[in-house]
Design a protein around this ligand. Structure first.
Ligand SMILES: Cc1cc2nc3c(=O)[nH]c(=O)nc-3n(C[C@H](O)[C@H](O)[C@H](O)COP(=O)(O)OP(=O)(O)OC[C@H]3O[C@@H](n4cnc5c(N)ncnc54)[C@H](O)[C@@H]3O)c2cc1C
Length: 496
């Protein structure tokens, strides 16, 4: 057998996993990616490198999977997810925020204490020192300072203080939620994606092989053991262990195409049933959001060309959720030249759950998603709250009039539905849980329940979308999974 581990998908988690696993020269690691691969950070296209732009995430562009998303009945949108070395970390906003303690402590077998060493190991925080931060990891983390901080960012933070939001100086510091600068994985204007951090520096390792333009069509099973994968070109690759890191859209699809999933849905889709797994693609969550636009009145001097757009955020503990279930994210740079700036208002701990449509699947495309946002009264009330609080900030900062002013609950619900979009933070399409949880797809060590030799290591496994963006957590998953695969643990609680 040529490979000890084959990792399918070179995104956030897959790159972190491949980089760490191949540190052992005796372990032969193969990393497969459907999209293009490069061998040098400078070879990424300009729009992929430029942290000031979100152009690389265009669902019509060359670097993405084009995902068809139902938001609420009657409203659909399209989301671009990364389809290149680095995955979604190569096209995302580069906000590097850890999950909250409340999120991590709620995942069976995981906890804040167990995951902290892995967040720390992955980062090189250039601003904050101390036991909660790493200074030697592969991912540089910085907050906008000096000329990189936009004038409107100061006004936003002042406005937050004026309306009584407490300061949260270190958003990765296990502090109560509040207003503060957003940490980003960026260096001199370059979005440092997971491949730049974890894979490209190690291409000389003889035990690490990276193949781009290789789309996997299914996992090969021999009884209850995964023995390899098959590409869309029919080529088979054998491996001692198979890891799916294809992300929360493609992982449930690949499981289903391999005959692993809800038997009723597989049969209805004409797929074989090799292993019944009712939770595949079901019960996921994502952050619903709306944007409030305001004129870029502070754009003199203009935002520095190397500065990230999302500069500061307010996370609100409005009484119900001490970890902060509401996010107001300041985009200090207009999305288009001459356009307005925006506050993105998002619900970070939604009750509503979505489903992946496991019908008509094609490994060279993506499945349809039905988010079913705002299906619960709780979610609608919390969305109204975050929009109202963002309106208060706009007024307090002298930035704009409050668009929700004077609207009653019904009118505001209608306004929110008309403007609703998604933060593209999908998680939980193959969630982790203990064997007595019928919806759990993987165990706390990320092994598919009931099968041997098959793990899922990506944002699919998170039981719910964390209260902060999942990018930093996707890297942490790869870091921790490397120790799980190796049977070793870098401190923290053992997985139960
Ligand atoms: C536009 C956008 C902006 C975002 N901004 C932020 C942000 O600022 N902060 C934040 O915290 N989060 C953000 N996110 C979310 C975050 O980037 C993702 O949650 C995270 O990167 C997901 O990591 P992953 O490893 O689960 O999957 P991905 O990084 O998506 O990796 C999956 C990889 O698998 C590959 N693949 C899929 N199917 C196959 C197959 N069959 N064969 C071979 N390869 C395959 C894909 O091409 C891809 O490279 C954003 C997401 C998007 C889409």
């Amino acid at each position: 057998m040529a490979w000890d581990v084959v990792i399918v998908g070179a995104g956030s988690s897959g790159c972190a996993l491949a980089g760490r696993l191949s540190e052992d020269p005796h372990r032969r690691v193969l990393l497969l990616e459907a999209g293009a691969a490069v061998t040098d950070p400078a070879a990424f296209p300009a729009d992929v490198r430029d942290v000031a732009s979100l152009a690389a995430a265009d669902p019509d562009g060359p670097h993405t999977w084009d995902v068809d998303v139902g938001l609420v009945p009657g409203r659909r949108t399209r989301v671009g997810r990364g389809r290149l070395l680095g995955g979604s970390s190569a096209v995302n906003g580069a906000n590097h925020l850890r999950a909250t303690r409340a999120d991590l402590d709620s995942w069976p077998g995981w906890s804040y204490e167990a995951t902290l060493p892995y967040y720390v190991r992955g980062e090189r925080d250039l601003d904050v020192r101390g036991p909660l931060h790493g200074d030697a990891g592969p991912v540089p983390v910085v907050r906008p300072a000096g000329e990189l901080r936009a004038a409107v960012t100061e006004r936003f933070l002042d406005a937050a203080a004026r309306v009584g939001v407490p300061a949260e100086p270190d958003k990765n510091g296990d502090q109560p939620p509040g207003a503060g600068l957003v940490p980003a994985n960026v260096r001199r204007g370059v979005r440092v994606n997971a491949a730049m951090a974890y894979v490209l520096p190690h291409l000389a390792r003889p035990n690490l092989t990276v193949r781009g333009d290789t789309t996997v069509a299914r996992v090969l099973l021999d009884g209850d053991r995964a023995v390899g994968v098959e590409g869309v070109d029919g080529r088979r690759i054998e491996a001692g262990e198979v890891v799916l890191s294809t992300g929360s859209v493609c992982t449930p699809q690949l499981l289903a195409l391999s005959g692993i999933g809800p038997p009723d849905a597989l049969r209805a889709a004409g797929l074989p049933v090799h292993h019944e797994c009712p939770g595949v693609g079901r019960g996921y969550s994502d952050h619903p959001s709306v944007y409030l636009a305001f004129p870029d009145a502070t754009g003199d001097p203009p935002v520095h060309p190397e500065a990230p757009g999302a500069q500061a955020a307010v996370h609100l503990d409005a009484g119900d959720d001490p970890a902060g279930d509401l996010e107001i994210l300041l985009f200090a740079r207009p999305f288009a030249p001459g356009g307005p700036c925006h506050l993105m208002c998002a619900l970070q701990a939604p009750e509503s759950r979505g489903a992946v449509v496991l019908d008509g699947l094609d490994p060279t495309g993506t499945p349809r998603l039905e988010h079913r946002y705002l299906a619960s009264g709780h979610d609608r009330a919390r969305m109204r709250e975050v929009v109202r609080r963002a309106g208060d900030l706009l007024v307090a900062g002298g930035l704009a009039l409050d668009p929700a002013r004077g609207l009653g609950a019904r009118e505001l619900d209608a306004w929110i539905t008309a403007h609703l979009t998604t933060s593209a933070h999908l998680c939980g399409t193959a969630r982790l849980g203990t064997a007595d949880d019928p919806g759990a797809v993987v165990d706390p060590e990320l092994r598919v329940h009931g099968l041997r030799g098959l793990r899922v290591v990506d944002t699919s496994v998170l039981p719910a979308v964390p209260r902060r963006g999942p990018a930093a957590t996707a890297l942490m998953l790869g870091e921790r999974a490397a120790d799980l695969v190796a049977g070793a643990r870098a401190g923290g609680d053992p997985v139960t």
